[in-house]
Design a protein around this ligand. Structure first.
Ligand code: SAM
Length: 260
């Protein structure tokens, strides 16, 4: 699940910060798999190539490629795409995955059109509010094949932090090459600009030195109705919605469907 090879490759490249970014991304997102059957089913129904926006280190793209689909994986973090490329080679699916560094709000892939565009795992809540989402939806419209489908997952970040859940969430922990990495969710704070998710990330070297840093991401507050309305305003058609069930470790998500 937490593939050590790209991390080791990044370390050999001498960039410890890049290596750690990949490790934190894998640790905090990589174990989630409740949504994979949905993306596979949509790809089977709509066909490829699939455009995976905010692909990260390839959790979804690699799964789709392993199932036989061609995938274009776009992310703004080159270090994630480098890890994705390395994993695709190791998995023997390198020929089916193309990585593209770019911004999901303003990407431009020329004349290419896709029957299916995915934005898994709340990526659509990272675009900095309605203006960023509007740009994203217009870019999606330009890149959808006629009648093609876009599916974007949404989550309520506050869902796991309520009166029913009084214990803090368990930390995510992994040991790689004698180093231990721990990411502990601390708080989820609603705010005017979105919901801030605060974590502390700690790493301990094989000889016991510990370092730590804080990390905060802000998820835009966004309902499925709002995203659908914004999609329609951008020239897409409301194609309903579906959902991914909550698991013991992850909140559920609503998935907004829009057609070109
Ligand atoms: C929550 S992660 C999801 C990663 C992957 N799709 C998955 O499901 O495991 C969000 C990803 O979106 C990327 N991202 C955030 N804002 C972006 C933007 N404006 N353009 C491109 N990628 C973006 C981040 O770098 C990160 O890899």
């Amino acid at each position: 699940m937490h593939e050590p090879n790209p991390a080791a490759a990044a370390r050999e490249g001498g960039d410890d910060d890049a290596m750690r970014e990949v490790i934190w991304h894998d640790l905090e997102c990589g174990a989630y798999d409740a949504d994979l059957p949905l993306w596979r089913a949509l790809a089977a129904a709509e066909g490829g190539p699939v455009l995976d926006l905010g692909a990260g280190t390839g959790r979804v793209a690699l799964d789709l490629a392993a199932a036989g689909f061609e995938v274009v994986a776009l992310d703004r973090e080159q270090v994630f795409l480098d890890a994705l490329d390395a994993r695709a080679e190791i998995a023997g699916v390198g020929e089916r995955i193309e990585t593209v560094a770019g911004d999901a709000r303003t990407f431009e892939l020329g004349e290419r059109r896709f029957p299916l565009i995915l934005a898994p795992m709340q990526t659509v809540q990272l675009f900095g509010g309605p203006d960023g989402r509007g740009a994203f939806l217009r870019s999606v419209r330009r890149h959808l094949a006629p009648g093609g489908l876009m599916a974007a997952a949404l989550a309520d970040a506050l869902e796991g932090f309520d009166a029913e859940h009084t214990e803090p969430p368990l930390p995510d922990i992994v040991e790689l090459d004698g180093w231990v990495y721990v990411s502990q969710p601390l708080a989820v704070r609603p705010g005017d600009d979105g919901t801030a998710i605060e974590r502390i990330r700690q790493w301990v070297s094989p000889d016991g030195r510990r370092e730590a840093e804080g990390d905060t991401i802000v998820l835009d507050v966004l309902t499925a109705d709002q995203l659908t309305a914004e999609g329609v305003a951008a020239g897409l058609r409301d194609a309903g919605r579906t959902s991914v069930e909550q698991t013991e470790e992850h909140v559920g998500s609503e998935v907004v469907l829009l057609r070109g």
